[in-house]
Design a protein around this ligand. Structure first.
Ligand code: IPE
Ligand code: IPE
Ligand code: MG
Length: 231
């Protein structure tokens, strides 16, 4: 079983377009898919689920769509806290929190605080997240530490570098799922996905079901991971 599954929740806009609905309706349906998948991960016994909800590049979208996504995020945190707490889910957010609107930041912080004691499923939501930004931020912190004499350049190993990423205690993803037919990483978990198995599907995220997740996990089980060795 993969210990950590990461998902790029993509295809909401196309799902809505095909139905003649506004893109925001696709995002709303995407939240339903997230609810299903969180429940399915718990049932399967997956320990970590990390989902890409909003990238540092998604600010390029029309203001109206960005606002709809931010409102949905607040609504999700506020509505789900009780259910997730009861189910033993720990929620947290990775990304540049300082760049998020106040209400999103507050709702995310509260959800993280109120579920901090849980450990059955670790749900991490990437919001205003960019893999390059995460790496750049770690480099900046290490540069300051060297400048202040706290460490030497030679002390910067892969482990030390990784300890400066947003959530150093979370293991690297074993399986990355991207629905919607796109076959790219779009700046998600660049450092962490060095040896992650990728699973692509043309299903649009709002149509993603527990069955799709099970299929991805089945396929993952048949893969041979070599990590550069001979397996
Ligand atoms: C994913 O769905 C949600 C976000 C990126 C915020 P999209 O909105 O990218 O949907 P498509 O790719 O346009 O169909
Ligand atoms: C990636 O999807 C980001 C999220 C799902 C939050 P995009 O729709 O933004 O990615 P591109 O633009 O197709 O690469
Ligand atoms: Mg997209």
């Amino acid at each position: 079983l993969p210990k950590h599954v990461a998902i790029i929740m993509d295809g909401n806009g196309r799902w809505a377009q095909r139905r003649g609905l506004p893109r925001a309706a696709g995002h709303r349906a995407g939240v339903e898919a997230l609810r299903r998948v969180v429940a399915a991960c718990k049932d399967l016994g997956i320990e970590y689920l990390t989902v890409f909800a909003f990238s540092t590049e998604n600010w390029k979208r029309p203001g109206e769509e960005v606002d709809a996504l931010m409102s949905l995020a607040v609504e999700y945190f506020n509505r789900e806290i009780d259910v997730l707490r009861a189910r033993g889910v720990r929620i947290r957010v990775i990304g540049d929190m300082s760049g998020l609107p106040g209400p999103v930041r507050e709702a995310a912080t509260r959800a993280a605080q109120e579920t901090a004691g849980n450990s059955t499923l670790n749900l991490t939501i990437a919001l205003n997240y960019g893999g390059r930004m995460e790496i750049c931020r770690a480099a900046r912190e290490l540069a300051s530490a060297v400048k202040s004499g706290e460490m030497n350049p030679e002390d910067i190993t892969e482990d030390v570098f990784a300890s400066r990423l947003y959530a150093p205690d979370i293991p690297d993803p074993d399986l990355l799922i991207r629905p919607s037919g796109e076959m790219r990483i779009s700046n998600f978990l660049l450092w962490q996905c060095a040896y992650t198995e990728m699973w692509f599907s043309s299903v649009l995220w709002p149509d993603f079901s527990a069955e799709h997740l099970k299929q991805a996990v089945e396929d993952f089980r048949r893969r041979q991971r070599r990590f550069g060795g001979l397996g």
